[in-house]
Design a protein around this ligand. Structure first.
Ligand code: FEO
Length: 405
């Protein structure tokens, strides 16, 4: 069955949603689904921009066939070859044997590594700033290496002003029939999932994203549409999403507030974390989120930690070390290159309490460019009156620090 959306007179959306997938990249939950976007341009030449995940292949092929209406498919531009897009490109090649492939040299290498049978098709390897004139449409290529794979590029279609941005500006969440940013309440429906997508998938490459934004800025006057490989097509208010991406790429917090993340075996560390969160609210700092690191998915905790200015880690000691799910969160912080945050630490243990020292050491030595508020609280088994007073005092220092930011 075909199901497409018109973007301009000649440009169409031919991708679709996956609402059955549980884990994107087999690690990140996608309870609200995800879209795999692909775009078809019908000009003097017919040009497909990227393919889709295998799960949507059948409908994708129907969409292309329907819109071509008997024409042949002349080109496929592969901006990003990761299998959530590249998996079905070989089916496109099989159906349209005369199709020419446009991609970076590295992308052709990766196609071969994935075992795609591309030989026999004309291969046009493009570099940064190359332009290909295809009659009614000219394509300009901007390499965007490490956003978030090395072969990635973006393509600007100079006549419609559409930029095909690979995973940049993407989002988790299915589109459900809407494809444009102005068809949804973005902040209510998409912002959280876009942030979770960015920091867990692309965020490690903030420097490269910033470089891409700089390049995009050079062509800003020509760009009318942002067409990512997941999520919404931006056809209005482009400055809004560009500004958000600029902030994210610099790891600038969006809001003053605190993510309080606790690791608790029997509820005592949880109680300390809850007391601290309540103390913050009592002092009019109510932009607080409390997470159980053993229960809440890491991708969600990471997104909230990136959004808020302060992070409180409350952790019990386990085998003379950091409780494993908290240790895993710290590794993820390092992995995504988290910075510009202010941490506070609460530790707990009945004997040989080690978690606080180890957490502070890890933050200082492994996750660079963050601060730690002095005077961590040490709970010995459960928070007594003295510890509650110390938690009060810590909450005062956190509020002071938040208000200084
Ligand atoms: Fe959506 Fe990097 O693939």
């Amino acid at each position: 069955m075909h199901c497409t959306r018109k973007i301009t007179d000649r440009l169409y959306y031919v991708g679709g949603d996956d609402r059955r997938l549980s884990l994107f990249e087999n690690i990140h939950p996608v309870p609200f689904g995800i879209s795999y976007n692909s775009y078809l341009l019908l000009g003097d030449k017919t040009i497909l921009f990227d393919a889709v995940d295998w799960s949507y292949c059948r409908n994708f092929l129907d969409n292309i066939e329907h819109l071509l209406n008997g024409r042949k498919l002349d080109y496929i531009v592969v901006n990003h070859i990761e299998p959530d897009h590249g998996a079905s490109m070989e089916e496109v090649l099989l159906r349209y044997p005369d199709i020419k492939i446009i991609a970076t040299e590295r992308a052709f290498l990766f196609m071969r590594q994935f075992g795609f049978h591309i030989d026999g098709h004309e291969q046009l390897a493009v570099k940064n700033d190359d332009v290909i004139d295809l009659g009614s449409h000219r394509l300009k290529f901007i390499t965007a290496s490490m956003v978030h794979w090395p072969e990635v590029m973006c393509t600007i279609e100079l006549e419609t002003g559409a930029i095909f941005t690979s995973d940049a500006f993407g989002s988790f969440k299915s589109l459900d029939g809407r494809i444009f940013n102005d068809e949804v309440d973005y902040e209510r429906e998409f912002l959280d999932e876009a942030r979770r997508y960015y920091f867990n998938i692309v965020g490690k490459y903030g420097v490269q994203v910033a470089a891409l934004l700089k390049k995009v800025e050079e062509y800003r006057d020509n760009i009318k549409l942002i067409c990512p490989l997941h999520g919404l097509v931006w056809r209005s208010n482009l400055d809004y999403i560009l500004k958000i991406y600029d902030k994210w790429s610099r790891y600038e917090s969006e809001q003053k507030g605190a993510a309080v993340v606790y690791a608790s075996m029997y509820g005592n560390t949880e109680n300390a974390a809850f007391y601290l969160a309540s103390s913050l609210c009592e002092k009019n700092m109510s932009n607080v989120r409390l997470f159980d690191v053993s229960k809440t998915d890491m991708s969600l905790i990471i997104a909230e930690c990136c959004k808020l200015s302060h992070i409180v880690l409350a952790c019990c000691t386990y085998n003379f070390a950091i409780y494993p799910p908290m240790e895993s969160l710290l590794h993820h912080f390092k992995g995504i290159g988290l910075k510009n945050k202010t941490f506070a630490v609460i530790e707990n243990g009945t004997w040989a309490i080690k978690s606080g020292d180890l957490i502070e050491k890890y933050i200082s030595e492994e996750i660079k460019n963050n601060k730690i508020i002095e005077g961590r609280v040490t709970v010995t088994s459960s928070p007594d009156e003295n510890r509650l007073r110390e938690l009060e005092a810590l909450s005062e220092r956190i509020v002071l620090s938040i208000n200084e930011k």
